[in-house]
Design a protein around this ligand. Structure first.
Ligand SMILES: NC(=O)c1ccc[n+]([C@@H]2O[C@H](COP(=O)([O-])OP(=O)(O)OC[C@H]3O[C@@H](n4cnc5c(N)ncnc54)[C@H](OP(=O)(O)O)[C@@H]3O)[C@@H](O)[C@H]2O)c1
Length: 273
């Protein structure tokens, strides 16, 4: 099935389109309009934003001016780390709705596992009851954070979004999420552009006459991860969804497994909250 048509089911019965558009570092109005309109025209139906990206207002406007109905688009946002207290989280949920100018959000995540993460979770659970958000999940949570949350949660997280790419495979965490019916979502799938410098990825790009970005996205698709590559350019937004016409063999996957581990973003185990 085409990547743009594939939905992945959550443990609450709802689902998420496997392919979405990331928007981190998109703050310029022209770029946001170009990127979001290109994505929606190409068939993406999922946009990932966050309060800390400081682009929610422009993202909401670009979605509206695209002509695609809001109810046909899956929108994710995230509560930033300095607002994880119970009251602050409640306020931030309302801010997300206001900035995006929508009646509900499809998915809100706890952005990082800060010390107040459980207070944030309680506020998110209440927002589900209030109809403000359909599904709730976490981001950058390690196994220890998930274990703690699963012990107290009234609503189970549907997803964990974390740095995940051929150079950072997080096998234990992926296995834990799969075993606990928590969907795995990859951020930085293109190693934030560094995929073009890695020999094993270059070799497969050459073999299949595809780009290094497409090789990374195919790797993630084959692992059943939700993917949200970000691009400011119409051409690259289209290219990133064009991965249906090739496949990676077991041998190719073994080659990718030889890449030396490299983390691009902060390590949740040592994050200075
Ligand atoms: N939960 C979290 O803590 C967290 C952290 C980071 C990111 N995220 C989310 O995940 C999304 C994706 O991660 P990311 O943006 O950090 O990294 P990414 O998607 O791995 O890489 C984005 C970079 O790759 C370039 N790029 C995209 N497509 C390309 C292509 N086909 N060919 C060449 N270059 C290409 C982009 O440049 P151009 O724009 O110039 O094309 C940009 O510099 C974010 O946008 C955000 O929504 C979440």
């Amino acid at each position: 099935m085409s990547i743009l048509k594939k939905d992945i089911k959550f443990n609450n019965g709802l689902s998420i389109p496997q392919m979405g558009l990331g928007t981190y570092k998109l703050t310029n109005k022209e770029e946001i309009v170009e990127s979001i309109h290109a994505a929606l025209k190409t068939g993406y139906r999922h946009i990932d934003t966050a309060v800390i990206y400081k682009n929610q207002k422009l993202v909401g406007e670009a979605i509206k001016s695209s002509g695609v109905r809001r109810e046909d688009i899956f929108i994710t946002s995230k509560i930033w780390n300095d607002s994880h207290g119970y009251n602050e989280s409640k306020q931030e949920i309302d801010l997300i709705l206001k900035e995006l100018d929508v009646e509900y959000i499809d998915l809100i995540l706890v952005h990082w596992p800060t010390p107040k993460r459980l207070e944030c979770w309680k506020a998110l659970e209440e927002a589900v009851q209030e109809g403000k958000v359909k599904s709730i999940g976490v981001s950058n949570f390690l196994i220890e954070h998930l274990e703690e949350l699963l012990k107290v949660a009234k609503i189970k997280p549907v997803i964990n979004q974390f740095e995940l790419h051929p150079a950072l495979t997080c096998k234990k965490l992926v296995n834990y999420c799969n075993a606990n019916d928590i969907v795995v979502e990859s951020w930085g799938t293109l190693i934030r552009g560094k995929c073009f410098e890695i020999d094993q990825i270059k070799e497969l790009a050459k073999k299949y006459q595809k780009s290094e970005a497409q090789v990374c996205l195919k790797w993630a698709q084959k692992n059943n991860f939700v993917i949200i590559p970000k691009s400011s350019s119409q051409k690259r937004v289209i290219e990133n969804a064009n991965i249906d016409d090739f496949d990676l063999t077991t041998q190719d996957l073994e080659l990718l497994a030889t890449i030396v581990e490299q983390r691009d973003g902060p390590d949740p185990a040592n994050f200075d909250f």
